[in-house]
Design a protein around this ligand. Sequence first.
Ligand code: NOJ
Length: 510
Amino acid sequence: MPDPADWWRDAVVYQVYPRSFADSDGDGTGDLGGVVRRLPYLAELGVDALWLSPFYTSPLADGGYDVADYRDVDPRFGSLADFDALVAGAHERGLRVIVDLVPNHTSSEHPWFQEALQGRGKDRYIFRDEPNDWESIFGGPAWTQAPDGSYYLHLFAPEQPDLNWDHPEVRAEFRSILRFWLDRGVDGFRVDVAHGMVKAAGLPDVGPKEGRQAEMLGDEQVPYFDQDGVHEIYREWRPILDSYPGGRMAVAEAWVSSPARLARYVGPDELHQAFNFEFMMAGFDAKSFREVIDRSLAEAEIVGAPTTWVLSNHDKPRHVTRHGSLARARAATLLMLALPGSAYLYQGEELGLDEVLDLPDELREDPAFLRTGESRDGCRVPLPWSGTQAEGFGFGPAGSAAPWLPQPASWAALTAAAQEGDPGSTLTLYREALRLRKAHPALGLGSIEWVQAPEEVLVLRREPGFTLVTNTGETPVTLSALGLAGEVLLASGPMAGETVPPDTTVWLAR
Ligand code: NOJ
């Protein structure tokens, strides 16, 4: 019997981006009350946990990843009472709740930064007389001049000054913030920029490079990411998490150069998990999927922790668009949900939503947009729940203000209500997949076995009695040609007899 405190090892976690999930008060912005109203939907979907992107007091210079008060809810998103109702309602339905923790930087509106601008407590941030050559991830220099003439570091927007993690007060503050939310009953944390808090001593230049520094991340070490010192912070946090009952966990958002570097964030004395973005970055072909899966599982095994899988989140184009079609997205999802480890879903992927590519520039809010021309707004468009476009697809109650970003007319067929009860809908596919994953608990745990198959086809054997076929090629394959038989439990697209068409995943009982 697995220990219930280990719930996160094979959990399916649903990411809620509160601003765009559901609006309960009709102002066009999603809120915690909207999440509470939709808890029955999430329970019926069959996920194990919710991860809430930031809902804290914030000027929303970066969609809430610029926190001005770590212990309160922004009035646009509700109140602490709404948060408590959300946790209680989720727990009643057996859903765990993970909150986002943003320790690399605060908002420039945070009282500490406001004090620093007045010359008090400047050493809680990173001020220098002269900038170095570091660039912001959102484009442009990572330094902005303060009114007193000095420069402060911001790896993201100027409204997100980086904290100085060499300062004991900063460390103590975050230990206290962890306890604040643990005491309110949260089951875990998603740690934002978990690879960023500690910078190389002396803040050395990166040196001349072709192109933007952000583009080399992932291949090369830079002096502001993935420094050894970050691991000390997690070793301070882990005993705090472990001191609470019921299996409180933390998952790292860490963009590092290899699965081996990523594995260093995870273990019994650091964080429980780290997002495995390699799977999200893989192309839709059997070879890439297989390589990433093998590498991820091998690294995870070394540290004795399960890996994680992600296909979409609030920072990357939705996987329907990235992989080029809904059929491929559905096939990739069924592949992901049959792998050992935990899976993170992003709100709206269960509806098969695509990236909204034609938002008018003047409505885009992503701080990266003005600096790089790239914007993440297209995956943050408010969800379509029901009804017509003119009614905001039921994002808020009748008569609400228009959703804060416009929804495309093509979503009329993709509302949750339109998909309800339709056996071919993506919503039904996700519900079925999650139901089957629960019915076969071994799917989320254990190891995998590849079965010999043509180059464009993946055949994966899982627990006794479960086989997966993904056809990423251009020609159909038959189960018998693969040496397979057995009952089809679920298919991501229509099968003709025992033929698996291109861009399709099939789950077989066998
Ligand atoms: C990662 C978050 O996912 C992203 O949305 C945010 O812009 C950056 N961290 C900075 O906090």
